[in-house]
Design a protein around this ligand. Structure first.
Ligand SMILES: C[S@+](CC[C@H](N)C(=O)[O-])C[C@H]1O[C@@H](n2cnc3c(N)ncnc32)[C@H](O)[C@@H]1O
Length: 214
Protein backbone atom coordinates (compact mmCIF):
# COMPACT_ATOMS: atom_id res chain seq x y z
CA UNK A 1 0.00 0.00 0.00
CA UNK A 2 1.18 3.49 -0.74
CA UNK A 3 2.09 5.62 2.21
CA UNK A 4 2.18 9.35 2.12
CA UNK A 5 5.38 9.70 4.08
CA UNK A 6 5.50 13.45 4.16
CA UNK A 7 6.75 13.58 7.72
CA UNK A 8 10.20 15.01 7.94
CA UNK A 9 13.04 12.63 8.78
CA UNK A 10 14.63 15.39 10.84
CA UNK A 11 17.61 15.80 8.53
CA UNK A 12 17.94 19.23 6.98
CA UNK A 13 18.47 19.21 3.23
CA UNK A 14 21.26 21.49 2.04
CA UNK A 15 22.67 22.52 -1.32
CA UNK A 16 25.49 20.04 -0.75
CA UNK A 17 22.88 17.26 -1.08
CA UNK A 18 21.78 18.45 -4.52
CA UNK A 19 23.30 16.59 -7.47
CA UNK A 20 25.32 18.66 -9.89
CA UNK A 21 23.01 17.91 -12.84
CA UNK A 22 20.06 19.38 -10.89
CA UNK A 23 21.88 22.65 -10.21
CA UNK A 24 23.03 22.86 -13.83
CA UNK A 25 19.49 22.25 -15.07
CA UNK A 26 17.92 25.14 -13.12
CA UNK A 27 16.23 27.67 -15.41
CA UNK A 28 17.73 31.14 -15.19
CA UNK A 29 14.73 32.56 -13.28
CA UNK A 30 15.04 30.25 -10.25
CA UNK A 31 17.49 29.06 -7.61
CA UNK A 32 17.35 26.60 -4.68
CA UNK A 33 17.23 28.00 -1.13
CA UNK A 34 15.76 26.70 2.15
CA UNK A 35 12.02 26.40 1.78
CA UNK A 36 9.57 28.62 3.65
CA UNK A 37 6.97 25.86 3.88
CA UNK A 38 9.26 23.19 5.30
CA UNK A 39 12.32 24.20 7.30
CA UNK A 40 13.98 20.84 6.65
CA UNK A 41 13.82 21.11 2.89
CA UNK A 42 15.13 23.18 0.07
CA UNK A 43 12.64 24.94 -2.15
CA UNK A 44 12.66 26.62 -5.53
CA UNK A 45 12.68 30.42 -5.40
CA UNK A 46 12.24 32.95 -8.18
CA UNK A 47 15.23 35.23 -8.68
CA UNK A 48 13.64 36.92 -11.71
CA UNK A 49 10.02 37.61 -12.64
CA UNK A 50 8.19 34.67 -14.18
CA UNK A 51 5.15 35.28 -16.33
CA UNK A 52 1.77 33.66 -15.83
CA UNK A 53 1.36 30.66 -18.15
CA UNK A 54 5.03 29.67 -18.22
CA UNK A 55 5.46 25.91 -18.52
CA UNK A 56 8.35 24.10 -16.80
CA UNK A 57 9.36 20.50 -17.19
CA UNK A 58 9.17 17.67 -17.70
CA UNK A 59 9.25 16.38 -14.14
CA UNK A 60 11.88 13.61 -14.24
CA UNK A 61 12.11 10.47 -12.16
CA UNK A 62 12.11 6.70 -12.25
CA UNK A 63 9.11 5.05 -13.87
CA UNK A 64 7.73 2.59 -11.31
CA UNK A 65 4.64 0.68 -10.36
CA UNK A 66 2.76 2.15 -7.43
CA UNK A 67 3.68 -0.84 -5.30
CA UNK A 68 7.38 -0.02 -5.78
CA UNK A 69 7.03 3.55 -4.55
CA UNK A 70 7.81 4.02 -0.86
CA UNK A 71 6.97 7.72 -0.48
CA UNK A 72 4.43 9.96 -2.17
CA UNK A 73 6.36 13.15 -1.65
CA UNK A 74 8.36 13.15 -4.86
CA UNK A 75 6.14 11.19 -7.22
CA UNK A 76 3.33 11.78 -9.65
CA UNK A 77 0.93 9.06 -10.69
CA UNK A 78 0.10 8.82 -14.35
CA UNK A 79 -2.47 6.58 -16.02
CA UNK A 80 -1.41 4.39 -18.92
CA UNK A 81 -4.26 2.67 -20.75
CA UNK A 82 -2.27 -0.57 -21.06
CA UNK A 83 -0.38 -0.53 -17.77
CA UNK A 84 -2.73 1.23 -15.37
CA UNK A 85 -1.40 3.69 -12.81
CA UNK A 86 2.36 4.13 -12.95
CA UNK A 87 4.54 6.57 -11.06
CA UNK A 88 7.31 8.91 -12.02
CA UNK A 89 9.33 8.88 -8.82
CA UNK A 90 12.01 11.45 -8.01
CA UNK A 91 12.61 10.30 -4.43
CA UNK A 92 16.21 9.63 -5.41
CA UNK A 93 17.62 13.09 -6.23
CA UNK A 94 19.95 11.51 -8.78
CA UNK A 95 16.90 10.41 -10.80
CA UNK A 96 15.04 13.70 -10.62
CA UNK A 97 15.57 17.22 -11.82
CA UNK A 98 14.98 20.62 -10.21
CA UNK A 99 11.18 20.20 -10.25
CA UNK A 100 11.68 17.62 -7.50
CA UNK A 101 12.48 20.54 -5.17
CA UNK A 102 9.21 22.40 -5.78
CA UNK A 103 7.24 22.01 -2.57
CA UNK A 104 3.54 21.51 -1.98
CA UNK A 105 1.56 24.68 -1.30
CA UNK A 106 -0.26 24.81 2.04
CA UNK A 107 -3.24 26.68 0.62
CA UNK A 108 -4.78 27.70 -2.67
CA UNK A 109 -3.67 31.26 -1.98
CA UNK A 110 -0.06 30.18 -1.75
CA UNK A 111 -0.20 27.98 -4.85
CA UNK A 112 1.43 29.50 -7.93
CA UNK A 113 1.96 26.35 -10.03
CA UNK A 114 -0.29 23.53 -11.14
CA UNK A 115 0.65 20.16 -12.67
CA UNK A 116 -0.25 19.31 -16.20
CA UNK A 117 0.07 15.92 -17.86
CA UNK A 118 0.84 15.78 -21.56
CA UNK A 119 1.50 12.42 -23.18
CA UNK A 120 2.03 10.87 -19.74
CA UNK A 121 4.66 13.43 -18.88
CA UNK A 122 4.23 15.92 -16.05
CA UNK A 123 4.88 19.64 -16.47
CA UNK A 124 4.28 22.52 -14.06
CA UNK A 125 2.62 25.68 -15.30
CA UNK A 126 2.48 29.04 -13.54
CA UNK A 127 -0.97 30.07 -12.41
CA UNK A 128 -0.02 33.68 -11.80
CA UNK A 129 3.03 35.91 -12.28
CA UNK A 130 5.77 35.00 -9.81
CA UNK A 131 7.97 37.79 -8.49
CA UNK A 132 11.63 37.57 -7.43
CA UNK A 133 11.80 36.40 -3.80
CA UNK A 134 8.71 34.18 -4.03
CA UNK A 135 8.87 30.42 -3.60
CA UNK A 136 7.43 28.26 -6.37
CA UNK A 137 4.70 26.09 -4.85
CA UNK A 138 2.62 23.50 -6.63
CA UNK A 139 -0.69 21.97 -5.71
CA UNK A 140 -3.16 19.75 -7.40
CA UNK A 141 -6.75 20.97 -7.18
CA UNK A 142 -7.98 20.32 -10.71
CA UNK A 143 -11.52 21.37 -11.32
CA UNK A 144 -11.88 23.29 -8.05
CA UNK A 145 -10.08 26.24 -9.57
CA UNK A 146 -11.65 28.06 -12.53
CA UNK A 147 -8.31 29.50 -13.60
CA UNK A 148 -6.76 26.07 -13.80
CA UNK A 149 -9.79 24.79 -15.68
CA UNK A 150 -9.32 27.59 -18.20
CA UNK A 151 -5.56 26.98 -18.46
CA UNK A 152 -6.11 23.26 -19.04
CA UNK A 153 -8.75 23.99 -21.66
CA UNK A 154 -6.32 26.34 -23.40
CA UNK A 155 -3.63 23.62 -23.33
CA UNK A 156 -6.06 21.09 -24.76
CA UNK A 157 -7.07 23.48 -27.52
CA UNK A 158 -3.40 23.97 -28.43
CA UNK A 159 -2.92 20.22 -28.57
CA UNK A 160 -6.01 19.73 -30.69
CA UNK A 161 -4.76 22.29 -33.17
CA UNK A 162 -1.24 20.78 -33.17
CA UNK A 163 -2.74 17.34 -33.76
CA UNK A 164 -4.58 18.63 -36.80
CA UNK A 165 -1.70 20.63 -38.23
CA UNK A 166 -0.34 19.46 -41.61
CA UNK A 167 2.95 18.47 -39.89
CA UNK A 168 1.24 16.37 -37.21
CA UNK A 169 -0.89 14.64 -39.84
CA UNK A 170 2.26 13.81 -41.81
CA UNK A 171 3.99 12.52 -38.61
CA UNK A 172 0.96 10.37 -37.80
CA UNK A 173 1.20 8.73 -41.20
CA UNK A 174 4.93 8.14 -40.73
CA UNK A 175 4.73 7.10 -37.06
CA UNK A 176 1.16 6.10 -36.22
CA UNK A 177 2.06 4.66 -32.81
CA UNK A 178 4.19 7.39 -31.37
CA UNK A 179 2.98 10.78 -32.37
CA UNK A 180 -0.48 11.35 -30.98
CA UNK A 181 -0.90 14.06 -28.39
CA UNK A 182 -2.58 13.06 -25.16
CA UNK A 183 -3.56 15.04 -22.12
CA UNK A 184 -3.80 12.60 -19.27
CA UNK A 185 -5.20 12.16 -15.77
CA UNK A 186 -5.24 15.80 -14.83
CA UNK A 187 -7.35 16.50 -17.85
CA UNK A 188 -9.70 13.67 -16.99
CA UNK A 189 -10.18 15.09 -13.54
CA UNK A 190 -11.63 18.09 -15.25
CA UNK A 191 -13.76 16.09 -17.59
CA UNK A 192 -16.39 13.48 -17.73
CA UNK A 193 -15.25 11.04 -15.07
CA UNK A 194 -16.26 11.77 -11.52
CA UNK A 195 -13.20 12.02 -9.28
CA UNK A 196 -12.95 9.73 -6.31
CA UNK A 197 -12.07 11.36 -2.98
CA UNK A 198 -9.00 9.80 -1.44
CA UNK A 199 -7.99 10.58 2.11
CA UNK A 200 -4.35 11.42 2.42
CA UNK A 201 -2.16 12.76 5.16
CA UNK A 202 -1.23 16.02 3.49
CA UNK A 203 1.73 18.01 4.66
CA UNK A 204 0.63 21.21 6.36
CA UNK A 205 -2.57 19.42 7.38
CA UNK A 206 -4.68 22.11 5.71
CA UNK A 207 -5.60 19.79 2.91
CA UNK A 208 -7.46 16.85 4.38
CA UNK A 209 -8.21 15.08 1.14
CA UNK A 210 -7.45 15.33 -2.51
CA UNK A 211 -9.28 14.31 -5.60
CA UNK A 212 -7.67 11.86 -7.86
CA UNK A 213 -8.62 10.08 -10.94
CA UNK A 214 -9.86 6.55 -11.29
C1 LIG B 1 5.39 15.38 -6.72
S1 LIG B 1 3.91 16.00 -6.04
C2 LIG B 1 4.55 17.39 -5.18
C3 LIG B 1 4.89 17.22 -3.76
C4 LIG B 1 5.88 18.18 -3.20
N1 LIG B 1 7.21 17.86 -3.66
C5 LIG B 1 5.83 18.16 -1.70
O1 LIG B 1 6.45 18.94 -1.11
O2 LIG B 1 5.09 17.39 -1.12
C6 LIG B 1 3.54 14.77 -4.89
C7 LIG B 1 2.13 14.83 -4.39
O3 LIG B 1 1.22 14.71 -5.47
C8 LIG B 1 0.27 13.70 -5.20
N2 LIG B 1 -0.09 13.06 -6.49
C9 LIG B 1 0.69 12.23 -7.21
N3 LIG B 1 0.06 11.85 -8.35
C10 LIG B 1 -1.16 12.46 -8.37
C11 LIG B 1 -2.26 12.47 -9.29
N4 LIG B 1 -2.24 11.79 -10.43
N5 LIG B 1 -3.33 13.22 -8.98
C12 LIG B 1 -3.37 13.93 -7.84
N6 LIG B 1 -2.37 13.97 -6.92
C13 LIG B 1 -1.26 13.24 -7.18
C14 LIG B 1 0.99 12.75 -4.25
O4 LIG B 1 0.10 11.98 -3.47
C15 LIG B 1 1.80 13.71 -3.42
O5 LIG B 1 1.02 14.23 -2.36
Amino acid sequence: MNQNTTESSGAVETLADVPEHVLKGLPEEVRLFPSAVDKTRLGVWATKSILKGKKFGPFLGDKKKRSQVKSNVYMWEVYYPNLGWMCVDATDPKKGNWLRYVNWARSGKEQNLFPLEINRTIYYKTLKPIEPGQELLVWYNGEDNAEIAAALEEERAQHRSKRHSPKARKDQVEDPAGSSSHLGPFRNLMGKKKPRRVKTKERGQQIQSRTRLI
